[in-house]
Ligand binder design. Structure first.
Ligand code: GLU
Length: 441
């Protein structure tokens, strides 16, 4: 049986970091097992779903390198839902209910007031055919509930959470379809997981109680359920469930100069017992991916950690990885010289401006003589191999300066800054002509 996973976002907004993590783990498991990774667009809620969000979900996955092997859209699958719904109505596992929202709210309040769990009382199951006919004659359209089987506890072995057990008698029969005929999430998801032969459902732990109800739906539809892995949710750096995380999407990270490889490297390991490492290639991350390595405690997502990881990944990127985003003229040697100093690829432009000039440098008057000597020396050295060591070596001999007194005035005069990339790599890029002008002030 080959593995098939699915990432099933609702296109009611953009993906946020939590969704991205779920998508990544589904993709990694499929890649690790040689299986397939599907994108399922959960757009049954036609009022809230937007085509622009479908497009942004696809674009964000592409940016991250999580390319789906196939795509399904729930809005194109209503015929299938209708057929399977009819089967469950016929077998008595789905029943119509006529309470209004106000009536249901009232029932809830009464139960809660008595200190009881607010479980639906199944009053609709007591209606006779005549009752239903009368209600419908009054123009009341039913919504539909799935009838949970109270016969035995619902149990499964969650790949992350371990053994799970729910008592169905403590759960309300879930509403699966609204009075206007529209679908709620629970049943279409099960129908699709069966139809698309999904073997692993990987999603957030906010779905655990849905899984309990959905397992009975798989059984009622005569299907073997997939395996489930429910991941602990992400918290903000401060350790709390944070609203901000819900608004951090691919756009935000892209604008902050975060490489998709950094996001992948962090989210692949966050919440596992493995260390987060700056691995720009996902292969070793995929190789080591295993649900058993995830803990049940919420995982902390820290943007500062991401930024650091990003810098360490930028330092490893090849020229070909970034060529389209570099300033014109910045070739492979330029990239290699400047890369170790970058936190983001975009910063390369700042350093390239230093190479190309003009630069602002205000030399210390005490260094004027030294710089004059430096300019004369620079005119005389061989520029073809290692001009920086040739220059500093000759200057050391001529002036007796060493260490900071030797290097800092040169760096300031040549770059206008006190810190920056290795001068041995930078000076050949600045080149003889510009260097001489800068040293002469
Ligand atoms: N559309 C659901 C959600 O975004 C999918 C949950 C699932 O993976 O089954 O929460």
């Amino acid at each position: 049986m080959s593995v098939i996973t699915r990432f099933a976002p609702s296109p009611t907004g953009r993906l946020h970091v939590g969704n991205i993590r779920t998508a990544l783990h589904n993709w990694m498991w499929a890649r690790k097992t040689g299986g397939r990774f599907l994108l399922r667009i959960d757009d049954t809620d036609q009022a809230r779903s937007r085509e622009e969000h479908v497009a942004s979900i696809r674009a964000d996955l592409a940016w991250l390198g999580l390319v789906p092997d196939g795509e399904a859209r729930q809005s194109e699958r209503f015929d299938l839902y209708e057929r399977r719904f009819a089967e469950l109505v016929a077998s008595g596992r789905i029943y119509p209910a006529y309470e209004t929202q106000q009536e249901l709210d009232l029932k809830r309040k009464i139960l809660l007031g008595r200190g009881l769990p607010p479980v639906y009382d199944r009053a609709a199951l007591g209606l006779t055919e005549a009752d239903r006919a009368r209600l419908e004659a009054e123009g009341i359209r039913p919504h539909w509930r799935f009838k949970l089987d109270h016969g035995a506890p619902i149990e499964w072995h969650d790949l992350i959470r371990g053994p799970q057990r729910f008592d169905p008698a403590t759960m309300s029969d879930p509403v699966i379809r609204r009075a206007d005929g529209s679908w709620l999430y629970l049943l279409p998801s099960v129908i699709d997981d069966i139809d698309l032969a999904i073997t692993h459902v990987v999603r957030g732990e906010d779905h655990v109680s849905n899984t309990a109800a959905q397992l009975q739906m798989f059984a009622a539809l005569g299907a073997t359920p997939p395996a489930f892995a429910h991941e602990a949710l992400l918290t903000g750096a401060e350790g709390k469930l944070s609203k901000r995380l819900g608004s951090l999407g691919a756009d935000h990270f892209r604008e902050a100069g975060i490489e998709p490889q950094a996001l992948v490297a962090l989210l692949a390991r966050l919440g596992t017992s493995d260390p987060v490492e700056p691995l720009p290639d996902p292969a070793p991350l995929i190789e080591g991916f295993d649900f058993a390595r995830f803990g049940r405690a919420p995982a902390r997502f820290d943007e500062a950690e991401l930024a650091q990881l990003n810098a360490r990944i930028v330092h490893q990127l090849g020229h070909a990885d970034v060529a389209g985003r570099l300033p014109p003229g910045m070739d492979e040697a330029g990239w290699h010289a400047i890369r170790p100093n970058l936190a983001t690829v975009a910063e390369a432009a700042d350093w390239w401006a230093v190479v190309e000039g003009p630069i602002d440098s205000v030399p210390d008057p005490d260094d004027a003589d030294f710089l004059l000597t430096a300019a004369q020396t620079a005119a005389a050295i061989d520029w073809s191999t290692d001009p920086w060591h040739a220059l500093t070596g000759a200057l050391k001999e001529a002036t007796g300066r060493k260490g900071k007194a030797l290097f800092l005035p040169l760096r300031r005069a040549l770059t206008g800054r006190d810190h920056g990339p290795d001068m041995a790599a930078l000076l050949p890029l600045i080149g003889r002509d510009r260097a001489l002008l800068r040293l002469r002030g």
